[in-house]
Design a protein around this ligand. Structure first.
Ligand code: NAD
Length: 272
């Protein structure tokens, strides 16, 4: 017997990622759009989700009532805001629906609330859902482990002008990978914002810098700068489709897993 096709709710359907996800789900035979949720009062409410996103009709009306939309859904894919994601975590736990979280800028308290929800359902959270960046994180950990503190580590990122958090979730993920490679936590090594008379760089610290402008989808460099040589690991995203397809892959992988907190390393089989 073939596997049942999971019904997927898109949270934040009118956002940049939400619109992209509507297109990816429309084209996928492996899943179906079960609901599209937007902020209360959004002008998409009541419209066909496919048409609202600028394509053909898909037969699903956009709603601003997440509780009603979650009934009977197997998955919610969520690229929204931290406050909305914490609210969706509770709803997904109640509905025992897989929660795929792409939202970045989550606080420690937000993550604690999401981890509580993960006792009841499968939660897959990643600051970046692309295969390339998750591979880059693995490489970053390996290079950081191979090089000693003579090599300074800097994560340099660039995004479009609308992005509200910095450093990006991906930059932090790469910083965490570099710290892990050195057997430490990022919180112990993270360099503060540099502005003015900063003093010399701390040995072993991991620095971040963020550029914001135009319509840059997402670029990340991990720089290892040592005496007489530099290594740069780079990922450039040119199309948001990589994140949307990664989120769908996570949604499908999450079917039948045990409740718990997972990330793309699990989904892509890159652990170990
Ligand atoms: P966006 O601002 O275009 O979209 C977010 C949408 O969420 C908006 O339409 C907003 O109205 C909606 N929203 C807010 N509160 C809501 C609520 N309570 N219910 C329903 N909808 C609500 O932003 P975006 O570029 O699509 O990015 C969204 C998030 O995803 C950001 O945190 C971004 O950093 C992150 N992101 C992650 C990845 C990844 O691979 N993990 C990739 C791209 C973006």
């Amino acid at each position: 017997m073939s596997e049942p096709v999971p019904g997927i709710v898109i949270a934040g359907a009118a956002g940049r990622m939400g619109r992209r996800l509507i297109g990816v789900l429309r084209d996928s035979p492996a899943a179906r759009l079960a609901g599209a949720v937007v902020r209360p009062g959004h002008d998409w409410v009541g419209r066909d989700a496919g048409e609202a996103a600028g394509g053909p009709a898909i037969g699903v009306r956009v709603s601003d009532d997440p509780v009603a939309v979650m009934v009977g859904a197997q998955v919610v894919i969520d690229f929204t805001t931290p406050a909305a994601t914490v609210a969706f975590a509770e709803l997904a736990a109640q509905a025992r629906a897989v929660h795929v979280i792409g939202t970045t800028g989550l606080s420690g308290d937000d993550i604690a609330a999401i981890d509580r929800a993960a006792r009841h359902t499968v939660v897959i959270r990643a600051g970046n859902m692309s295969l390339g960046v998750n591979l880059l994180a693995q490489l970053t950990a390996r290079v950081a482990a191979a090089l000693d503190e003579d090599f300074d580590i800097e994560v340099i990122e660039a995004h479009h002008r609308h992005k509200v958090d910095a450093p990006s979730g991906t930059a932090l993920m790469l910083g965490e990978a570099a710290a892990r490679g050195r057997g430490r936590r990022l919180s112990a090594l993270r360099e503060g914002v540099r502005d003015g008379i900063t003093g010399a760089r701390a040995r072993g610290g991991i620095g971040f810098s963020a550029t914001r402008g135009g319509d840059i989808v997402g670029e990340h460099d991990v720089l290892f700068a040592g005496p007489g040589e530099r290594i740069v690991l780079r990922h450039v995203a040119t199309d948001r489709g990589i994140f949307a397809r990664g989120a769908l892959r996570a949604a499908l992988w999450g079917q039948g897993q045990k409740p718990g907190a997972y990330d793309m390393t699990d989904v892509l089989g890159l652990r170990g």
